[in-house]
Design a protein around this ligand. Sequence first.
Ligand code: AMP
Ligand code: ZN
Length: 114
Amino acid sequence: MVDCLFCKIRDGAIPARLIFEDDQAIAFHDLHPQAPLHLLVVPRRHIATLNELALEDEALVGHLHRVAAQLAREAGHAEAGYRTLFNCNRGAGQTVWHLHLHLLAGRDLTWPPG
Ligand code: AMP
Ligand code: ZN
């Protein structure tokens, strides 16, 4: 068993502001939001990084994006715009080794990201 923050949130062992759950994924508010809306869409199954994705995970990753789009729409950000992203490993700023799709919205998001 890996000692994983997001597995603990999934299991209810650590509290989080959960906004969505289904059989494949959960979504909750980021503890340190970088935008007025900053959610993390997380697969229930522990996958450390994008590097560990298998062929059979393709539908799951699509599902994470559809959940993010739905949550962005429900929060009223679909038209103005939003950003989704995965950080992969330290060079990209990954700090929690359980795959999570960031959803950021509610402000002008500059490009390129830092
Ligand atoms: P990353 O840096 O891409 O690995 O993203 C990890 C994210 O998890 C960061 O944006 C953190 O602010 C967020 N985070 C860390 N601990 C918690 C927590 N207990 N509940 C919710 N979000 C968290
Ligand atoms: Zn995990």
